[in-house]
Design a protein around this ligand. Structure first.
Ligand code: PBG
Length: 324
C-alpha cells in the first residue's frame, strides 16, 4: 500500500509510545476519600468491599500509607451515631465532633498531608438530607447558615480545604465571606459545582447510613440530562470564590469534565464515586475484569477528559500500581 500516513509508526515501541503519550497519571493526581466513625475498631463496609469505616488510629495509619505512596490529599466522610443525628443537624458544627478531632490528629501527625473536609448535612441529619427541611421542602437560606457554621468549625480544626457537597444556592459565597471574616483567608474551597442526582451514590449512602428517609435529592442535585446548567453553576462558583470546581460522578460525566475544562481556568476535580468503584470491584472479584488495568484506565480517562485531580477510593491501590 502507498501510505505516507502510518499512525502505527508512533506506536512501534515502548519508547516511542512513551514519547508520544498525551496524558499521564501520577499518585499526585489523587484525593483519597476516607470514612471514619467514633469507635475503636476498623469496620469493613458491606456496601463497599475493600473500604473501611476507620477508627482514629486506623485513619492515621491509612492516611500515612497513602501519603507515603505519594497521594497528597484525603477527604473525610463521617458515619455519625444515630443518637447524634437530628433535624437541625447541629452535630455538623460540634468542634469536639469526630471530623474536627480527626482533622486535628491528622494535621499533628502529617502536617503536609492536605486534609479536605466535606460540608453537607446528610450524615448528621435524621432524615438523611443535605439541608434542613420545612414542610417537606429543603430550605436553602436557613441551610446555608448551618453550612457556614460547619465550614468555620472545620477551618478552626485546621482543614486545608473545605468542600461543600450539599448543592444549596449561594453556599460557596457565604462560606468564603465567613472564612475571610474570621481570618481563614488561606483555607481553600473545593466546590461540588456540577453534582448530579445520581444512582451511583448508593453504596456511599450504605457506608454512612445516610440515605434520605423520604424523597430524593432532585430539588438540589442536578438533572443528569443537563450540560448548560453545569456551566451556569460553574460561573456562579467562580464568581463566589471557589478555588477548585468539581464534577461528580466522573466516569459517566466525562463530557461535563471536558466542557468545564474549556470554560474555566480553575483546576477541575472529578469524583469517581462509590458506584463506579463498586462496578470495577465487583466485576473483577467475579473474575470478569483485570482489576489493576481497569483501575488505571478508568482514572486515565478521567484525567484525559480534563480533570486535574481525581477523588477515588482506588487512590492507594492506584498509587501502588503506578510506583511498581
Ligand atoms: C453527600 C455526599 C454524597 C457523596 C459525597 N457526599 C452522597 C449524596 O449526595 O447522596 C457520594 C460519594 C460517593 O458515592 O462516592 N453530601
Amino acid at each position: 500500500m502507498n501510505l505516507p500516513q502510518r499512525p502505527r509508526r508512533n506506536r512501534k515501541s515502548v519508547g516511542i509510545r512513551q514519547l508520544s503519550q498525551e496524558t499521564t497519571l501520577t499518585p499526585g493526581d489523587f484525593i483519597y476519600p476516607l470514612f471514619i466513625h467514633a469507635g475503636d475498631d476498623d469496620q469493613k463496609i458491606e456496601s463497599m468491599p475493600g473500604c473501611q469505616r476507620w477508627s482514629l488510629g486506623g485513619l492515621l495509619q491509612e492516611a500515612r500509607e497513602a501519603y507515603e505512596l505519594g497521594v497528597p490529599a484525603i477527604v473525610l466522610f463521617p458515619a455519625i451515631a444515630t443518637e447524634l443525628k437530628s433535624l437541625d443537624a447541629k452535630e455538623a458544627y460540634n468542634i469536639n465532633g469526630i471530623v474536627p478531632a480527626a482533622v486535628r490528629a491528622l494535621k499533628a501527625e502529617l502536617p503536609d498531608l492536605i486534609v479536605i473536609t466535606d460540608v453537607a448535612l446528610d450524615p448528621y441529619h435524621s432524615e438523611g438530607h443535605d439541608g434542613l427541611i420545612e414542610e417537606g421542602e429543603i430550605i436553602n437560606d436557613e441551610t446555608v447558615k448551618v453550612l457556614v457554621k460547619q465550614a468555620l468549625c472545620q477551618a478552626q480544626a485546621g482543614a486545608d480545604i473545605i468542600s461543600p457537597s450539599d448543592m444549596m444556592d449561594g453556599r460557596v459565597g457565604a462560606i468564603r465571606t465567613a472564612l475571610d471574616h474570621h481570618g481563614y483567608t488561606r483555607v481553600s474551597i473545593m466546590s461540588y459545582t456540577a453534582k448530579y442526582a445520581s444512582a451511583y451514590y448508593g453504596p456511599f449512602r450504605g457506608a454512612l447510613d445516610s440515605a434520605p428517609k423520604s424523597g430524593d435529592k432532585k430539588t438540589y442535585q442536578m438533572d443528569p440530562a443537563n450540560t448548560r446548567e453545569a456551566v451556569r453553576e460553574l460561573l456562579l462558583d467562580e464568581e463566589e470564590g471557589a478555588d477548585i470546581v468539581m464534577v461528580k460522578p466522573a466516569g459517566p460525566y466525562l463530557d461535563i469534565v471536558c466542557q468545564l475544562r474549556m470554560e474555566t481556568c480553575l483546576p477541575i476535580a472529578a469524583y469517581q464515586v462509590s458506584g463506579e468503584y463498586l462496578m470495577i470491584k465487583s466485576a473483577s472479584q467475579a473474575g470478569w475484569l483485570d482489576e489493576d488495568k481497569v483501575i488505571l484506565e478508568s482514572l486515565l480517562g478521567i484525567k484525559r477528559a480534563g480533570a486535574n485531580m481525581i477523588l477515588t477510593y482506588f487512590a492507594k491501590d492506584a498509587a501502588k500500581l503506578l510506583q511498581s
